[in-house]
Design a protein around this ligand. Structure first.
Ligand code: C2E
Ligand code: MG
Ligand code: MG
Length: 711
């Protein structure tokens, strides 16, 4: 198995796109690829000439040039590396143009993902092998025909007189006497499209730019058809050095040209490994189905995209040869599950596509999918080894009224990815709702990425109230997102997404800093609020960042804030985990003078030991125990036990989400000292919270006045 990395060259003038490509490749990982990057057309040509890369990824737009020009230049110079074209948006015309000019594949930048890229690279390499084989057969052919069968010619450049051998004339279907010894007899039979090239080659040789004449062109046969000829020749100089005569041969290369065209056609339409139609051929079939759908109202078809599960691990563990064998065998099995009118294609890598033609009812598709699954789960005999596999499948149905084949394939692909993320070995059907969901999600991600820079996050504050005195003892800071096109968004609507795309931590640092700034500003404005503290929520991921302590120290220093004014709210499970794996963090916090609130307390299983050793200011009793506490002895007992435990440890208790006077009263009677909840006040913006502070002991009235609008 060849484990040397595949050497890639990216021709791309935009650095961002370079970074995106590099990161997609690093997602594949395993040192499988090396990536070199050049920015310009000229640099690309120089690099290509050195032949150091296996595959080239070229942007369609390259300053004053296009990727197509690069392709043509590369083909002209016989550079070996296949070129995959990258474009800004999906355009069928550019796609076709690129494929015609010899591109190995065509990718739309915004759709590039690690699996797509990997697939395309593999496909490009396979295709290069096919082309290599073609070239070899071409050379062999040329050797075989050289000599005996050729016609001969000799041109007198001064008189334009020509000698054509009888064989030369015979190759064009004429008797010896049919053709005069004039140069027009030759040139008038040359295909008009090839005439310029023939003249140029003659001129180039006569001017000494080429060592001999060698040109392929079409000639009109007597029967009216065109034949491909290879004309070779050499100029003969007389004693004075001037050229008077050129002589050479003519070879019929029609058969070779045909074979070459067929092979080329085959290579552009069929997958080299499995012999199945490729992506481009598949799209043609789907296009045909679209046309049929326009003519027949009851006509229904489906596109099914199928991707083998865990195929990469087969390649990694058993080698590419085993992987290839499995692909071929799987293709045959899949084919056995579909009807003659259906079409199976290989899109690349381990991804297949099926056009299920003229189906009666949409559920037929699910039956086919089940069949395929069964077939793939039956063991494959690969050499000594027995392997089974399974597939994730996605379906798009023509009932969705698509207007372009590409869109339909894209949706089937999206459904397939959904099947993958929902546990694999299954088939998902794409529906417009799913599409809408995906779009909303993508837009949200996009907006979220910009939100921090655009300063769209806000902190809202909910008072924490002493149940005994009714005074505000502090605030909990809660994040909000002022989405530019939507209402104010709550954490439930964006925090999970932010976490998935790696934004939660930067947002978290911003909040910490902002809460510290706000605390300091209140302190200087209202010295009476000296003991006021602000609780900041930290996700477990944020709490485990190595720079946690530094960040906290910076926020305190920058705002000149005493550590006692800041509380970190973490959940019980975060506390447990930290106590077990990084107890030094709790120690460092203690030294800094920072205390914790244990959020949603009562749901986890913190041990006395963990609580005892950590710098905890309060346990926040989860709403589960608070809601309904008026009527539940059991809940009351649990709260009471927590209160006892906390008092014993010298820790406060805050009841969360108190929604009624009776809940507040019950909690007070259980000696719970602090509370928080809509009953007292909903979270309010910074201005609102400032008004509450300004109102002093009469804050409650202000809070009720602030209820409209709520946050
Ligand atoms: P949490 O820390 O338990 O925050 C309390 C949540 O309960 C807040 O929701 C608050 O608005 C809500 N709440 C307060 N009183 C009542 C009540 O009487 N009834 C009801 N039904 N709800 C009440 P919010 O602001 O939507 O926050 C939800 C969660 O999002 C928070 O739960 C916290 O886990 C997380 N979160 C909020 N802000 C941040 C943040 O800045 N960083 C991190 N990492 N997480 C945050
Ligand atoms: Mg909280
Ligand atoms: Mg909570």
């Amino acid at each position: 198995m060849n484990t040397a990395p595949i050497r890639l060259l990216l021709v791309e003038d935009d650095e961002d796109d370079y970074v995106i490509t590099r990161s997609a490749l690093s997602d594949i990982g395993g040192g499988k690829y090396t990536l070199d990057w050049v920015r310009t057309f000229d640099e690309a040509l120089n690099t290509l000439a050195r032949d150091e890369h296996d595959v080239v990824l070229a942007d369609y737009r390259l300053g004053g040039h296009t990727g197509i020009e690069l392709l043509k230049e590369s083909t002209k110079n016989g550079y070996r590396a296949p070129i995959i074209m990258l474009t800004g948006q999906a355009e069928r015309e550019i796609d076709l143009e690129a494929m015609r000019a010899g591109a190995a594949d065509y990718l739309v930048k915004s759709q590039i993902s690690a699996p797509l890229l990997e697939r395309s690279i593999r496909y490009a390499l396979e295709r290069t092998q096919t082309m290599g084989a073609l070239r070899k057969s071409e050379e062999r052919y040329a050797l075989a025909v050289r000599g005996a069968n050729d016609g001969l010619w000799e041109v007198n450049l001064e008189t334009d007189e020509v000698y054509f051998s009888p064989r030369w004339k015979e190759m064009l279907g004429y008797e010896d006497s049919d053709i005069q010894d004039r140069v027009e007899e030759w040139f008038s039979r040359v295909h008009p499209e090839d005439m310029d090239r023939l003249r140029e080659e003659f001129a180039a040789h006569i001017n000494g730019q080429t060592p001999h004449l060698e040109v392929e062109h079409r000639m009109m046969h007597k029967d009216g058809t065109h034949r491909w000829m290879l004309s070779r020749g050499i100029a003969v100089r007389n004693e004075s050095g001037t050229i008077a005569v050129m002589a050479g041969s003519q070879t019929d290369i029609t058969a070779r040209k045909r074979a070459e065209e067929q092979l080329l056609d085959h290579a552009t339409l069929y997958d080299a490994l499995t012999g199945l139609p490729n992506r481009s051929a598949f799209l043609d079939r789907v296009t045909a189905a679209f046309k049929r759908a326009k003519r027949r109202e009851d006509y229904l078809f489906a596109v099914l995209i199928l991707d083998l599960d865990h195929f990469r691990s087969i390649n990694d563990n058993f080698g590419h040869r085993a992987g290839d064998e499995l692909l071929i065998a799987a293709a045959r099995r899949i084919e056995s599950c579909i009807r003659d009118i259906d079409r199976l294609a290989r899109l690349g890598g381990d991804e297949f596509a099926i056009l299920l033609d003229d189906i009666q009812k949409p559920h037929v598709v699910m039956r086919v999918a089940e069949q395929i699954q069964k077939q793939l789960q039956t063991p494959f005999q690969l050499g000594e080894r027995e392997l089974t596999t399974s597939a994730s499948m996605g379906v798009a149905l023509s009932t969705t009224h698509y207007d372009r084949p590409e869109t339909m394939v894209r949706d089937a692909d999206a459904a397939m990815y959904r099947a993958k993320t929902h546990g694999r070995t299954r088939c998902e059907i794409f529906d417009p709702e799913m599409h809408a969901q995906i779009m909303t999600r993508l837009q949200l991600e996009d907006r979220l990425r910009r939100a921090l820079d655009q300063q769209e996050f806000r902190l809202h504050y909910q008072p924490i109230v002493s149940l005994e005195t009714g005074r505000i003892s502090g605030f909990e800071a809660l994040v909000r997102w002022q989405h530019p096109e939507r209402a104010l968004l709550f954490p439930a609507e964006f925090l999970a997404v932010a976490e998935e795309i790696g934004l939660l931590i930067p947002i978290g640092w911003w909040m910490l800093q902002e809460a510290a700034r706000q605390a300091q500003s209140w302190q200087s404005q209202y010295p009476a609020a000296g003991a006021l503290n602000i609780g900041v929520n930290l996700s477990s991921r944020q709490f485990s960042q190595p720079e946690l302590i530094d960040r906290i120290r910076q926020s305190l220093q920058k705002n000149n804030l005493p550590p006692d004014c800041l509380r970190l709210e973490i959940t019980e499970s975060t506390l447990l985990e930290t106590a077990a794996t990084r107890p030094e963090v709790l120690q460092q916090l203690k030294e800094l003078g920072i205390q914790l609130f244990i959020d949603d307390f009562g749901l986890g299983y913190s041990s006395l030991k963990d609580l005892h050793r950590s710098p905890i200011a309060a346990l926040k009793i989860d709403q589960f125990f608070v809601h309904g506490i008026e009527g539940s002895e059991e809940k009351a007992k649990l709260v009471q036990a927590t209160v006892h435990l906390a008092h014993h440890l010298g820790i406060d208790v805050i009841a969360e989400e108190i929604e009624s006077a009776s809940q507040a009263a019950r909690l007070r009677s259980l000696k719970c000292v602090y509370g928080q909840g809509f009953y007292f006040c909903k979270p309010v913006d910074s201005e609102g919270a400032t008004m509450l502070l300004a109102a002093g002991s009469g804050w409650w009235k202000t809070a009720k006045a602030l209820e409209q609008p709520v946050s």
